[in-house]
Design a protein around this ligand. Structure first.
Ligand SMILES: Nc1ncnc2c1ncn2[C@@H]1O[C@H](COP(=O)(O)OP(=O)(O)O)[C@@H](O)[C@H]1O
Ligand SMILES: [Mg+2]
Length: 304
C-alpha cells in the first residue's frame, strides 16, 4: 500500500520548470531515499507535499488525501525536518521541542528525554545561541518524539557530525521497525544507502531512476587503487573495468560493481600489497549515464 503518491507533478516558477512530471511512491513501512544533486528539485517536491507550494500540474497525495486541499488533516500524521532549521530565537530548544510535539498531539515525555540524551542536546539554551547542528538536533528530536505515520526528512543531517549521523540513522531504523514510513532526501547516495529500501533519483526536475538499491547497483562503479608485487596484466581486457591509469607504483581504475568479485580475483593473482576502494558516487552515476545522451530524456527509466 502506498502512503505517499506523486503523479506527473510539475512545478513552475515563472518560466522556470523546477519539477517536470515527477512520479514518486513511498510504500507503507519503507524508507525511501530521494536522491539528487543540489538544485534538482527535492525541496520543491517536499514543499508541494507539505502544502506550502501549490503544484502547477499533476497530483500528490499522502494517506490517500490531496496534499493541498487536505493539508491540515495530513499534517496531524506527519513529521517534517528541513535541512536548514530556523527556530524561534528566544525560546529554548526544549521549549521548541515541546511546542512541536504538542502541536502534533503527542505527549511522550520519556521518548523526548531519551532522544535529547542520545543526540547530546542541551535543551536549556536559547535557540539563538545554537549552531546549525544543534538546531538540526532540535528538529530531529521533535520529529522522532512525535508519533507520526510518515516522516518527511529533507537533507536532515547536513549540520551533524558523524557520531550524531549514526544516532540519526538509528532513529530512522527504529521508525521503520515501528512500521512507520520515511521519505529521506539527500544529495549523497552513500549516506542513505544503508537506510533505504528503495531510492528515486532526481535530476533537473525529473526522476531518472527508481528502484531498490540492488536494482540500481548495476549502474554503479567502485573506484579501486591497487598495488601488487608483480605488474598486473590483462586488466584492461576484463569486462567491467574502466578508466585504468597508472599512479606511482599503483593502478587506479573503476569497476562495474557487479564485476567486482571477478576483477579482485584477477588482480589478487599478482600479489596485492595495497588495496583502496572508494564507494561509487552519485555524481559518477549521473555523469556517465548522461554522457552524449542529451539532457531531454523521457523521464523515468531508460538509463541502462
Ligand atoms: N521559490 C522559488 N522561486 C524560483 N526558483 C526556485 C524557487 N524554489 C526553488 N527554485 C529553483 O528550483 C530548483 C530546485 O530547487 P530545490 O527544490 O530547492 O532543489 P534541491 O532541494 O534538490 O537542492 C532550483 O533551480 C531552485 O533555484
Ligand atoms: Mg533542498
Amino acid at each position: 500500500m502506498s502512503v505517499l503518491k506523486v503523479t506527473d507533478l510539475t512545478k513552475q516558477f515563472g518560466k522556470f520548470t523546477a519539477l517536470d512530471g515527477v512520479n514518486l511512491e513511498v510504500r507503507e513501512g519503507e524508507v525511501f531515499g530521494f536522491i539528487g544533486p543540489n538544485g534538482a528539485g527535492k525541496s520543491t517536491t517536499i514543499r508541494v507535499l507539505l502544502g506550502i507550494l501549490k503544484a502547477t500540474a499533476g497530483e500528490a497525495t499522502i494517506f490517500g488525501k490531496d496534499v493541498w486541499s487536505d493539508a491540515v488533516e495530513i499534517h496531524k500524521r506527519i513529521a517534517y525536518v528541513p535541512g536548514d532549521v530556523n527556530l524561534w530565537p528566544n525560546l529554548t530548544g526544549g521549549e521548541v521541542i515541546d511546542l512541536f510535539v504538542k502541536l502534533r498531539g503527542g505527549n511522550n515525555k520519556s521518548r523526548r528525554e531519551e532522544l535529547i540524551k542520545r543526540f547530546e542536546l542541551d535543551p536549556s539554551k536559547k535557540c539563538r545561541t545554537y549552531s546549525k547542528g544543534n538546531r538540526q538536533k532540535v528538529a530531529l528530536v521533535a520529529a522522532f518524539s512525535s508519533d507520526a505515520d510518515l516522516y518527511i526528512l529533507d537533507e536532515p543531517t547536513s549540520g551533524l557530525d558523524p557520531l550524531m549521523e549514526q544516532v540519526f540513522q538509528q532513529c530512522v531504523l527504529e521508525a521503520k521497525q515501528a512500521g512507520k514510513s520515511v521519505l529521506l532526501s539527500s544529495h549523497i547516495l552513500s549516506e542513505v544507502e544503508k537506510l533505504c529500501d528503495r531510492v528515486g533519483i532526481i535530476r533537473q526536475g525529473k526522476i531518472i531512476e527508481t528502484g531498490s538499491l540492488s536494482e540500481l547497483r548495476h549502474l554503479t562503479r567502485t573506484n579501486l587503487v591497487v598495488e601488487t608485487k608483480t605488474p598486473i596484466t590483462g586488466l584492461r581486457e576484463l569486462t567491467g573495468v574502466h578508466e585504468v591509469e597508472t599512479r606511482d607504483q599503483a593502478l587506479a581504475f573503476q569497476v562495474d560493481t557487479e564485476e567486482l568479485d571477478t576483477v579482485v580475483k584477477h588482480v589478487s593473482q599478482f600479489g596485492i600489497t595495497k588495496l583502496e576502494s572508494a564507494p561509487p558516487t552519485l555524481e559518477d552515476l549521473f555523469m556517465r549515464h548522461y554522457e552524449g545522451k542529451g539532457q531531454t530524456g523521457t523521464g523515468a527509466g531508460g538509463l541502462s
